[in-house]
Design a protein around this ligand. Structure first.
Ligand code: AMP
Ligand code: ZN
Ligand code: ZN
Length: 290
């Protein structure tokens, strides 16, 4: 039987940078230390910042909110009801459960009340529109309610699968942006990914071990996303060659400036909503207000 260093039965195997077997208790400690180290290393957050944590109902954002609360950060929760059948109802339920579980204030907004429509009424690239909508609404809410920072639940696997996708398409502009911290800019709040260096499998284990409420129900429209496939073969590679995902990530950070082609890009204000935008009319207003 494999054992933790403390002598107890092993609960989980850590595969990189060193193979380690840990019991439940030492896994929790290990996980929290890894996140704390990320926060320090990338200067992600300070205790006097007012932090908004947008939560989806899923494990990653729920674990992010849980750990930030536990580490003593000043957080409030934010959820967008997107109106997706067989998904948004259960998400809302879990989000409320989490809010009670960690005793953090929850704000809920409803897409239908804001735009008169739900994501399901959209014709065309639904997932990309959903992404635009979520990013816009979390930023706008945070900006208008005096928050300094937004922390999302994006994990290392999310980041790498998007990075690979942008590499395959040579989307140079987007390749500059896979960072753990995006600084504030005009009406854009600072955005932080506290799980930038943390693999999804460990976040799941953390959430399960601590019985953090979350739903495993996935949005039925996300199935077709190519990034889900990228995630699968990156994980196969990682099994064959432990560390390859980490090298991909840290190599990116070392070489990121290669992609920085728009250093002096001038943002403006959207003519419809007044929020910071790359073009005359922001992508949210282009989708929902035209
Ligand atoms: P996703 O786009 O689903 O991969 O989610 C990325 C991040 O956005 C999550 O980690 C959450 O922090 C946040 N998020 C996703 N869905 C919602 C939602 N319905 N309401 C608020 N935040 C969300
Ligand atoms: Zn132990
Ligand atoms: Zn706008």
């Amino acid at each position: 039987m494999l054992k933790c260093f403390c002598g107890k039965e092993s609960y989980i195997k850590i595969t990189y940078p060193k193979v380690k077997y840990l019991c439940k208790e030492h896994f929790i400690e290990y996980f929290e230390n890894r996140v704390k180290r990320s926060i320090e290393k990338f200067k992600m957050l300070s205790k006097d910042e007012k932090i908004l944590v947008p939560i989806s109902g899923g494990k990653d954002s729920h674990a992010a909110a849980y750990i930030l609360k536990k580490l003593g950060y000043d957080i409030e929760l934010f959820h967008i009801n997107l109106g997706i059948s067989n998904f948004s109802e259960i998400s809302l339920e879990k989000v409320k459960e989490l809010s009670n579980f960690i005793n953090a204030k929850l704000h809920v907004v409803n897409l239908k009340e804001i735009t008169g429509k739900t994501i399901e009424d959209v014709k065309g690239k639904m997932c990309s529109i959903c992404g635009i909508t979520k990013r816009y609404l979390m930023n706008k809410f945070g900006y208008e309610h005096g928050f300094d920072t937004i922390v999302t639940g994006h994990n290392m696997d999310d980041e790498l699968s998007f990075m690979l996708n942008n590499l395959l398409g040579w989307n140079i502009r987007y390749l500059a942006k896979h960072l753990p911290v995006l600084p504030a800019h005009d009406k854009f709040l600072k955005k932080v990914k506290i799980f930038y260096e943390i693999e999804e499998k460990y976040i799941k284990a953390y959430a399960d071990t601590l019985n953090i409420p979350y739903t495993t129900v996935k949005c039925k429209y996300a199935k077709k996303a190519i990034t889900i496939r990228h995630r699968e073969y990156l994980n196969k590679l990682e099994e064959e060659k432990p560390g390859i995902k980490y090298h991909f990530l840290y190599g990116y950070l070392k070489n990121r400036e290669l992609f920085e082609v728009e250093k002096d890009f001038k943002f403006r204000e959207c003519e419809i909503c007044g929020m910071t935008s790359a073009s005359k009319i922001c992508s949210f207003c282009r989708v929902w207000r035209r």
